[in-house]
Design a protein around this ligand. Structure first.
Ligand code: PHE
Length: 338
């Protein structure tokens, strides 16, 4: 007659062999080998056995444990393999895969990268400021009179709380000077907003690269040299650059810059790309007042500032006829710059 421990082992092996899922298998492991499982219970019982019986039961117990442990492992592996086979059953490995399409940088971004590289070589650092601005940063601090037409609601997007969408990136000049001290040399690329009639060369949102250079003895010659160098690096050696006297409240003297190049679309036509000038002492004074110090003492420091029209630069650089294309997300257009 088989020992009860042998019967227990055999019934465990039968149960395990029939198991069809992992949870049931775990339940069996607990039932037989768990701390209060029925095979483990025999271990407890050993203490109560007589001298002759103990080694016999000990051997059987050892065998039963090993056999059940091995069967559990084997069944677990069988269930895992079956599950995997099930998951792969519906998979047709001969089907073509999903092609991965790599993107490319937007032409405006490419143009910006090139511009940043050129200014970086001249020692300019990157600065930034928010698109949503206070009237002070956009106009007052930039020496713009309370009745200046640029403040007009017809030109500027105002929020109900009095803030506005910056009409130019010159706000970053002020943001920079509020926290840094001269000498400084920064560029700030970013969006600007005006209530313009949208057409091939105007958009309600456009992009500028602002520049600000403040040091001792900065002159118009520095301004001219810096911007001429930049434009020739960007458009080529044979680019003609023209400075026209202009008016901005925050620079004096002020200029607009036009470029003309054989390599450019239009060939013989001057294209306006930049506003610039020497920082007006009134701007330094207003910044000092806001900082309550004399960090930008106009007796000691001079500087130049400029605002390059990025969209215009990109139109010229890539020979694009209409800046509305930049925002339309048309792949037939964008692919040409990939
Ligand atoms: N902020 C001016 C504009 O948007 C450009 C400019 C920048 C002019 C810096 C002078 C100095 O037209």
């Amino acid at each position: 007659m088989p020992h009860p421990l042998e019967e227990l082992r055999d019934s465990a092996l039968r149960d395990i062999a029939e198991t069809q899922d992992e949870q049931a298998l775990e339940n069996l492991r607990v039932r037989y080998l768990g701390r209060s499982g029925s095979i483990s219970a025999w271990g407890e019982q050993m203490k109560t056995l007589g001298k002759e019986e103990r080694p016999v039961v000990g051997k059987l117990l050892h065998e039963a444990r090993n056999a059940v442990t091995a069967a559990l492992a084997q069944t677990s592996e069988r269930l895992r393999a079956a599950k995997e086979a099930g998951a792969l059953a519906g998979l047709d490995v001969s089907l073509p895969g999903t092609a991965y399409e790599a993107g490319a940088l937007h032409p405006l971004t490419q143009m910006l990268d090139r511009a940043i590289q050129i200014f970086r070589r001249m020692g300019f650092a990157l600065a930034e400021g928010p698109d949503l601005e206070t009237e002070w940063h956009c106009f007052d601090a930039l020496n713009t009179a309370p009745d200046h037409p640029a403040r007009n609601e017809q030109d500027t997007f105002y929020l109900a709380d009095g803030r506005l969408l910056r009409t130019h990136t010159s706000t970053v000049q002020i943001r920079t000077m509020e926290t840094a001290a001269p000498p400084l040399r920064v560029i700030a690329p970013g969006a600007a907003y005006r209530r313009d009639e949208v057409d091939a060369t105007h958009s309600a949102q456009f992009h500028q690269i602002e520049g600000l250079y403040v040091d001792e003895d900065v002159s118009v010659a520095d301004l001219k040299g810096t911007l001429e160098f930049f434009l020739r690096e960007l458009f080529g050696e044979d680019t003609a650059v023209r400075f026209r006297p202009h008016y901005f409240p925050f620079t004096e003297p002020s200029f607009e810059i036009d470029v003309k190049s054989k390599a450019l679309k239009g060939g013989e036509q001057w294209i306006e790309v930049c506003g610039c000038g020497m920082v007006h002492p009134a701007v330094f004074e207003e910044v000092n007042r806001a900082r309550s110090d004399l960090a930008f003492d106009p007796e000691k420091w001079t500087g130049f500032a400029f605002g390059l029209g990025m969209d215009r630069l990109a139109l010229i650089l890539f020979d694009i006829p209409d800046l509305r294309l930049f925002a339309q997300n048309d792949l037939r257009f964008l692919r040409q710059f990939a």
